[in-house]
Design a protein around this ligand. Sequence first.
Ligand SMILES: [Zn+2]
Length: 144
Amino acid sequence: MALFKRDAAPEETYPVQKSEAEWRASLSPEAFRVLRQHGTERPGTSPLNAEKRRGTFLCAACGQALFESGTKFESGTGWPSFWQPLPDAVGTTTDRSFFMTRTEVHCANCGGHLGHVFPDGPPPTGQRYCMNGAAMRFEPEGTG
Ligand SMILES: [Zn+2]
């Protein structure tokens, strides 16, 4: 229970909460930069781009299941792309940085920044979840 009111950072409303120092200690530098500082990895740098096995993509920060391999598609952008997240796995906010209005996608469990979603994806949803591979890890089917 909060005994005093702090400035409401979005992170503070998520089930998993850690201080910046705790996140920094538990994540790789690149994952920390993406997940906690809204960074973007260089396109084509994530090994998850080429991941073709059946399985689940998890939040690198808290382990929440985010996307199933069956919804991944090759977008040609150099970032792992999906047309649909798992139910209730992610949340979105409006991102007005860089003089653009984009829809930011974050983990619904820890608030970690994952990427953005754009309305130019393939059927059946027409959505393109453009994710940073550094924000996720892959769990092949059957190893759960
Ligand atoms: Zn998470």
